[in-house]
Design a protein around this ligand. Structure first.
Ligand SMILES: *Cc1c(COP(=O)(O)O)cnc(C)c1O
Length: 377
């Protein structure tokens, strides 16, 4: 009998701490205060400390976090914002929401995240008002180099940390490098709510004060509005759940790393490589491999990857692609200028995410690695 191995298993994950989660819900219900109360304040304090920054502002989701951070950094209609083409639709959605214009910068083949040389060229070509650095898979991009390039030019840098809760590089945590770090607590993230949630972290007190206003309709005080804001708040129920789970995040991350190490030892990798770790601060939101067996070398094409995905599916192993379509090729963003991001495009055709979650057993990894190796021989 083949055992089914899903990519996510939220039922199992919540069942393990069901009583604790139920107690959180009960506490909030009994208090009868559901929006912008003490749970949110306490979570903000605890999460700021966890990230090693001074301020945290809870918001409704990760995409709003990026949009609000852009607004707080002074980005307005018509401003150009640099981002990458292979990081999902989130940053592009936030850029479009304020009428700004995305400028797509290429990634490096090793990191799949922003290429500093490519960014340098974009900055020389046109006036860019902000840069969004996305940390994909749980591994930090070279955000230090981006900040070093942009700071002297007065260009704010934002980190998209939605896949990188607690990740570090050179001992420094995600969200602490740039002007602000944007987090999502979507249920499948390393730190997930039981619904939507998000946060922005920053060391900048002024930015923090602006963000607190913006998330709550621009109010300085009840019914007094300094500027038009939005309604984007982290509710008390989710904040309580997140506090409970934040206390466990260290243990879950350690388990993710163990499973990743096991994958690396087991995968033989002839035409397929796990993406490199780069820094031991990788938190393995995803375990991504590059499948090189691509249409006998003709590019772009993903026949090899599709065959591997089908092979694994026939053995009950679920996989996904994060993400299959480069953003400038999405109909919603088709008006964007031509991207010129050949590496990002190639990456989109080669990557595949294998299951990795803290609740997985060692022999789940062994079964997946054996199935991959059987295909890849
Ligand atoms: C999940 C995610 C987000 C934000 O997601 P929301 O669903 O808006 O909370 C942003 N960026 C990346 C890279 C993500 O993976």
């Amino acid at each position: 009998m083949t055992r089914r191995i899903p990519l996510n298993d939220l039922v199992r994950q919540s069942r393990l701490i069901h009583d604790e989660l139920a107690a959180c819900a009960r506490r909030v219900i009994e208090r009868g205060w559901y929006v912008l109360g003490s749970e949110c304040v306490d979570f903000e304090t605890e999460f700021a400390a966890y990230c090693g920054v001074a301020h945290c502002i809870g918001v409704a989701n990760g995409t709003d976090a990026i949009e609000l951070a852009l607004r707080a950094a002074g980005i307005a209609e018509g401003d150009a914002v640099a981002t990458v083409a292979n990081a999902g639709f989130y940053a592009s959605t936030a850029i479009h929401a304020i009428g700004a214009v995305p400028v797509y910068v290429d990634v490096t083949a090793e990191t799949h995240s922003i290429c500093v040389d490519s960014l340098k060229q974009a900055l020389a070509r046109q006036s860019v008002k902000a840069v969004i650095v996305t940390h994909l898979y749980g591994r930090l991009a070279d955000v230090g180099a981006v900040v070093a390039l942009c700071k002297p030019l007065g260009i704010p840098v934002l980190e998209d940390c939605a896949q990188a809760h607690g990740a570090s590089r050179g001992g420094r945590k995600a969200g602490s490098f740039a002007s602000a770090g944007c987090f999502s607590f979507y249920p499948t993230k390393n730190l997930g709510a039981l619904g939507d949630g998000g946060a922005i972290v920053t060391n900048d007190a002024r930015l923090s004060a602006t963000l607190r206003r913006l998330r709550n309709g621009g109010q300085t005080d009840r019914y007094h509005h300094q500027e038009p804001g939005v309604n984007s708040r982290l509710d008390e129920m989710q904040a309580a759940i997140l506090r409970e789970r934040l206390a466990r995040l260290g243990g879950w991350t350690a388990r993710r790393r163990e499973l990743a190490t096991r994958y690396r030892r087991r995968l033989r990798g002839r035409s397929l490589d796990p993406v490199p770790e780069i820094d031991s601060g990788h938190v393995y939101h995803l375990f991504v491999v590059r499948v090189r067996r691509n249409d006998e070398g003709r590019q772009p094409g993903d026949a090899g990857r599709r065959a591997l995905q089908a092979h694994l599916a026939s053995r009950g192993i679920e996989t996904l692609i994060h993400y299959p379509v480069p953003i400038p090729e999405q109909p919603a963003f088709a008006a964007a200028q031509p991207a010129g991001c050949p590496v990002a495009l190639q990456v989109c055709h080669e990557i595949l995410s294998l299951p990795l979650r803290p609740g997985m057993h060692d022999d789940d990894v062994d079964a997946i690695a054996d199935a991959v190796n059987a295909f890849d021989s």
